[in-house]
Write a protein of this length. Structure first.
Length: 256
């Protein structure tokens, strides 16, 4: 038995009439969609700006950030890799690195709005914390990625050691370069994620200046714009911190 649908044959003139109607209908629908898209684009172009984005787009970015924050947890880990997977990491971006710096004169300023004295730490204070090595994917917001080997201390261990004892933990962390030209903001859940690292070595060797010597952040659950190089100051704060790339249109949360 033949189960195919029965073919319908129309006279040539009738077939041409049906085709003309469908073509007009398709053109009309497509035209209306195009007009709607153009109108929407023009509306976005006239919308007030928030951090270099029309406010509707900024609201979408904020919603994406809230969603990413919701599913982020200590069990949500970026994949790790073996040494044979490592590929070179290009030094991308020199904001905050333009001035030459003597590593022997570097120090890290640490403060908290919740109270307690400000601290001035040296690299050896970071290196005295439990040493962690990880091989993870570094993802640039430009669209490229590479597998990199990092050594350092978990930011969670740093916080346990240097956050003012007996004080309630703040909601955010701000990090800046010594010249304050580059700065990032992190929510506390992201900062305390087990793969958030204060790194002092790359590929088994001390960081070079172009990779953020002597201390940088590595956070593989976010895009590389959050992995600030040459950290000069860390502040625990309850005010949502400024963020360099968020101010010029990018997502503040920048989660993967």
């Amino acid at each position: 038995m033949n189960n195919r649908s029965r073919e319908i044959h129309l006279p040539d003139e009738e077939a041409r009439s049906v085709l003309r109607k469908r073509t007009r209908r398709g053109f009309l629908v497509g035209g209306l969609a195009a007009v709607g898209a153009i109108g929407g684009y023009e509306w976005l172009g006239r919308a007030p700006q928030e951090n270099d984005q029309p406010w509707p787009i900024r609201r979408v970015l904020q919603a994406n950030g809230a969603l990413s924050h919701g599913y982020l947890s200590d069990g949500h880990l970026a994949p790790t890799y073996s040494p044979r997977d490592i590929t070179p990491l290009k030094s991308n971006g020199d904001i905050g690195l333009k001035e030459e710096m003597d590593p022997s004169k570097w120090n890290l300023s640490v403060s908290a709005e919740s109270g307690g004295p400000s601290l001035t730490l040296l690299l050896r204070d970071i290196q005295a914390l439990p040493r962690v090595e990880m091989i993870t994917r570094f993802c640039c917001i430009e669209g490229w990625s590479t597998i990199s080997h990092w050594t350092g201390a978990r930011f969670s261990d740093f916080t346990k050691r240097y956050y003012p004892p007996g004080r309630e933990l703040t909601k955010y962390v701000s990090m800046t370069t010594p010249d304050e030209d580059y700065y990032v903001g992190l929510d506390m859940k992201s900062a305390l994620h087990p793969q958030t690292l204060l790194a002092y070595a790359y590929d088994g060797k001390p960081l070079t200046p172009d990779h953020g010597a002597p201390l940088r952040l590595i956070i593989p659950v976010k895009y590389g714009i959050k992995s600030i190089k040459r950290i000069g100051a860390i502040q625990y704060t309850n005010k949502k911190p400024d963020d360099y790339w968020a101010e010029v249109g990018y997502d503040w949360f920048a989660g993967l």
